[in-house]
Each structure stands twice: as structure tokens, then as C-alpha cells.
Design a protein around this ligand. Structure first.
Ligand code: UDX
Ligand code: ADP
Length: 467
């Protein structure tokens, strides 16, 4: 059966669905791409004339939206209509870790995937290729298949083929990653369905970079790629602590080992621990399936990657308090960076959340500045109302700042948690005048100009650097 793909529907207009569909629409002008979501506010923002309101901030995204929106790229809440028109449907909904019930804290919550599959089963017409794009535990494709076949009994010409096509984009570089992927992975069993998806990608990806496998290998590869990347970060972060003890410099160690081609230079930057929606969730999924198959040692091995990540965040909070004479109660702390990494407005699993919560619990008054994260988002993440004025608060409290200058005013210490470009070039002459003495800056991303900070009398603590 040969497939002619003229109409694509993507369920889920989030960090993955939005940018991915924008890039497909850009390279495939003959395909109509409809991105649908249950969240009307999100869809309204995707349709906003003011492109600064797009729900996802990614370099290069605005330009594609400007070019393709309302031509062959559409954002809508009319999910059923677009499912019924589609030849190919991408499932790109959220799959967070379950917070209650069996597998709570470990397994993914598949309720959004299930409800999407039920809707597809009900409203799809004719031959439809269903592509799982969301990060999912291995064997989810078979669950999707089972659901698709539930409502499908009355209509003889309803046919579904399920493919796995995991997304490897990283936030902050999403558009570039989508346009120039290291590889595109497609898992499935139906040759024609695979060919239809391959044909979409060959509009811009060289065919040598398109890898086809069975469903399970494709699903598992996504989890393992993320587990290996996260493992490198936990490895270098564990060494950052050793460097602080021994007087070595973790940046030098990382450069030295990274020059070995077998190790490679990427993903060796020490920091406050990995965040983002994928790494922790994927490793937890890996741990869960290993335990399920009785592979206890393998599960424990990967669990350590998460343990070190958690430990690194706690370690930073403790050092911070110790350096400020063992107490930060009522001290003013400026937090530079709340997103889990630079160039994104996403805060999911951001180390800033857990570190800020530690400082609040110690009674600190914190002022938070991030170039892209909103005041509202910070409030949701900290689960605490913003204070009107920090000076009146005797318990832990926080306020939102619109600039580094505003955040640093009267602060005893600055804590750099995200590697935003503007933190690389801080005006320490000015900052030193507005901070309380003794002033401190704690750099967990090794990005500030240490010499200049010291020149203006600011004490510096650098992650992974011995005295
Ligand atoms: C990751 C994967 O890179 C991507 O392939 C997958 O599709 C989704 O998960 P993402 O989470 O968006 O992407 O960002 P990534 O660049 O991988 O960073 C994840 C976290 O690791 C961030 O908190 C980042 O600050 C941290 N990190 C990354 C380090 O601490 N050190 C590094 O060297 C690299
Ligand atoms: P990701 O990073 O995986 O893209 P997001 O949370 O950014 O995750 O996006 C997932 C999107 O999927 C959200 O906008 C959410 O509203 C949407 N969504 C979840 N369930 C459904 C559903 N059944 N139908 C349509 N959209 C859905």
C-alpha cells in the first residue's frame, strides 16, 4: 500500500510538537500541517500576531512561523476535525513521571498518550500512519496499537500503522537540531508506512542519516541516548567535587579528557546538575523496565546517575550556606538564571528550582532574574507567592527582578545557575557598588569573569575549582 501524505496532524503543541511541525511545514510546502492541542491558551499564543508571545522560545522559530503560519502550518483546538483529515498523525503530548499510583516517581504517566490514541481511533478515517514522537517508555507503541484497534471494528477501511520516530532535539538549539539532525530514527514494521515518513525527512535530511529499525529498538534508543548523555554530566559533576578537594580545576580536566577522540569533547561541562523534561524521566523509565525484567544491577547502575544529580544540587546549596558564615536567614541572595539551561524559557526539572527551595527553607530573601522565564512560572515552580518587599520578610521569600542590576541590589551573594550569555560579561565595577559587603558570587557554570570580579573586591566560588 503506497501512502501519499498531504495532510499531517500533530497532537500536542508543546516544546517538541511546535518546533518539529514548524520545520516540517517549512521544508514540505505541499503538505498541510495542523498542530492541535487541548490547551486553548497555548493555541491562542501560537496564533498570536505578536510573535514574542509564542509559547516556545527558540532561535529561528519566529521566522518560520512568520513564513508558514496560515499557509501550510495551522494551530487549532479542533482536534477531532484535524484527526479525521490526516494521513499521518504525530503524537507529541506530555509524558511526565507518574506522581501517584503504581510506578509513582518512576514510570511515565501515559494518560495523555492513551487519550490521544482513543481520539485517533474514533475519528481517523481510512489509512492512517500514527507516529509516536513523545519520549515514551519502551513498548508504548504496542499499547497505542491496541487502543487504535478498539473502536475500529465497524469500519472496514480503517487501517493504522504505528511508527516510532523519537525526537532528539535539544531545547535552545531546537530549530538547528531539527534542520541538521545527527540522525533521524524511524522504527516500525510496515515498509510502506516507514517509506512515507522517510520521504518527508528526505526533503532536507540526507538519506544516509535516516536510520530505520524495528519499533522496540527505536523506542529504546531514545531512552539510552538520553541516559548516556546524562551519565556524562553526572560523571563530570562527581569529579567537580573531587577537584574542589584536591585543588585541581575541573574545566582543565574536562578539556584534557575531551581531547581524547574516544571520549569526545561534548557534554562534559560541570554544572548544578542536569534539568529538562527528558533526562530524569528517561533514566527512571530505564530503571523501571530493568527492574521489571529482573535486571536489578543494571537498574541500580543507572539510578546512580540520578542520585549524583540530586547530590550535586544539595552540595551546592550546602557550600553556599557554609561560605556565608553558616547562615543565610534574612540575607539577600540574587539568583542569576532560572531556566534549566540557556536559550530556553523552559524550567522543567531545573536545578534552580531545588536550589532556590533549599535557600528559601534556610530563610533567605531571594531575588530572581532570568532573561526568558516569567514571574508567573517561577511562582508555580517554587509553589510560593512572590513577596512585595523582601526587606519586610523574616521567613524565606522571593521577588522577581527584571535585570541583573535589580537582582544584585543590596545582595550579599549572587548565585549563577544558568549559563545565559549576558552573565559572561557582568559589570562588576557597578555590581560591587550595589552589593552588601562582604560580597560573594558563586558560579556553578564556570562562565563569569573571575579576575574582574576579584578586582572589584567580590569573593568568588567556582564549581569544581580547588583553592
Ligand atoms: C536533551 C537531549 O540532549 C536531547 O537529545 C533530547 O531530545 C531531549 O533531552 P535538553 O534536555 O533539551 O535535551 O537539553 P540538553 O542540552 O541535553 O541539556 C540537559 C541538561 O544538562 C541541562 O540542564 C544542561 O544545563 C545540562 N548539561 C548539558 C550540563 O550540565 N553539562 C553539559 O555538558 C551539557
Ligand atoms: P513536550 O516537551 O514533550 O513537547 P509539552 O508539555 O511542552 O511537552 O507539550 C505537550 C502538549 O500536549 C501540551 O501543550 C498539552 O496541552 C498537549 N496535550 C496533552 N494531551 C493532549 C490531548 N489529548 N490532545 C491534545 N493535546 C494534548
Amino acid at each position: 500500500m503506497t501512502y501519499q501524505i498531504k495532510n499531517i496532524c500533530c497532537i500536542g503543541a508543546g516544546y517538541v510538537g511546535g518546533p518539529t511541525m514548524a520545520v516540517i511545514a517549512n521544508y514540505c510546502p505541499n503538505i498541510q500541517v495542523n498542530v492541535v492541542d487541548i490547551d486553548p491558551v497555548r493555541i491562542k499564543n501560537w496564533n498570536s500576531k505578536d510573535l514574542s508571545r509564542l509559547p516556545v522560545y527558540e532561535k529561528g522559530l519566529k521566522e518560520i512561523i512568520r513564513k508558514c503560519r496560515d499557509i501550510n502550518l495551522h494551530f487549532s483546538i479542533d482536534i477531532n476535525k484535524h484527526i479525521s483529515k490526516a494521513d499521518m498523525i504525530f503524537i507529541s503530548v506530555n509524558t511526565p513521571i507518574k506522581i501517584k499510583g503504581f510506578g509513582a516517581g518512576q514510570a511515565s504517566d501515559l494518560k495523555w498518550v492513551e487519550s490521544s490514541a482513543r481520539q485517533i481511533s474514533k475519528f481517523a478515517k481510512g489509512k492512517t500512519i500514527v507516529v509516536e514522537k513523545s519520549t515514551l517508555p519502551v513498548k508504548t507503541a504496542s499499547l497505542i496499537k491496541q487502543i487504535l484497534e478498539i473502536d475500529n471494528t465497524n469500519e472496514e477501511n480503517k487501517v493504522f500503522h504505528v511508527l516510532s520516530n523519537p525526537e532528539f532535539l535539544a531545547e535552545g538549539t531546537a530549530i538547528n537540531d531539527l534542520q541538521n539532525p545527527d540522525r533521524v530514527l524511524i522504527g516500525g514494521s510496515d515498509k510502506e508506512a516507514i517509506k512515507a515518513l522517510v520521504n518527508i525527512y528526505t526533503n532536507w535530511v540526507p538519506s544516509t542519516k535516516i536510520l530505520t529499525t524495528d519499533l522496540w529498538s527505536s523506542e529504546l534508543s531514545k531512552l539510552i541516548a538520553n541516559a548516556f548523555l546524562a551519565q556524562r554530566i553526572s560523571s563530570i559533576n562527581s569529579i567537580s567535587a573531587l577537584c574542589e578537594m584536591t585543588g585541581a580545576d575541573v574545566k582543565d580536566v574536562s578539556s584534557a579528557i575531551g581531547m581524547d577522540k574516544r571520549i569526545g569533547q561534548f557534554f562534559l561541562n560541570p554544572g548544578p546538575g542536569f534539568g529538562g523534561s527528558c533526562f530524569k524521566k528517561d533514566i527512571l523509565n530505564l530503571v523501571y523496565i530493568c527492574n521489571h525484567y529482573g535486571l536489578k544491577e543494571v537498574a541500580q547502575y543507572w539510578e546512580k546517575v540520578i542520585e549524583i544529580n540530586h547530590w550535586q544540587q544539595k552540595r551546592i546549596s550546602k557550600i553556599f550556606v557554609e561560605k556565608l558564615f553558616g547562615t543565610i536567614t534574612e540575607k539577600r541572595i540574587a539568583i542569576f538564571g532560572f531556566a534549566f539551561k540557556a536559550n530556553t524559557n523552559d524550567t522543567r526539572e531545573s536545578p534552580s528550582i531545588s536550589i532556590c527551595k533549599d535557600l528559601l527553607e534556610e530563610g533567605a530573601r531571594i531575588s530572581i532574574y532570568d532573561p526568558k522565564v516569567t514571574r508567573k512560572q517561577i511562582g508555580i515552580n517554587l509553589n510560593m507567592l512572590e513577596s512585595r518587599s523582601l526587606s519586610n520578610e523574616s521567613n524565606g521569600s522571593w521577588t522577581f527582578s527584571k535585570s541583573t542590576h535589580e537582582a544584585a541590589e543590596n545582595a550579599d551573594a549572587i548565585l549563577v545557575l544558568t549559563e545565559w550569555e549576558e552573565f559572561k560579561d557582568l559589570d562588576f565595577k557597578n555590581i560591587s557598588k550595589i552589593m552588601r559587603k562582604p560580597s560573594w558570587i558563586f558560579d556553578t557554570r564556570s562562565i563569569i569573569n573571575v579576575e574582574e570580579a576579584k578586582l572589584y573586591g567580590i569573593n568568588v566560588w567556582n564549581l569544581g575549582k580547588g583553592n
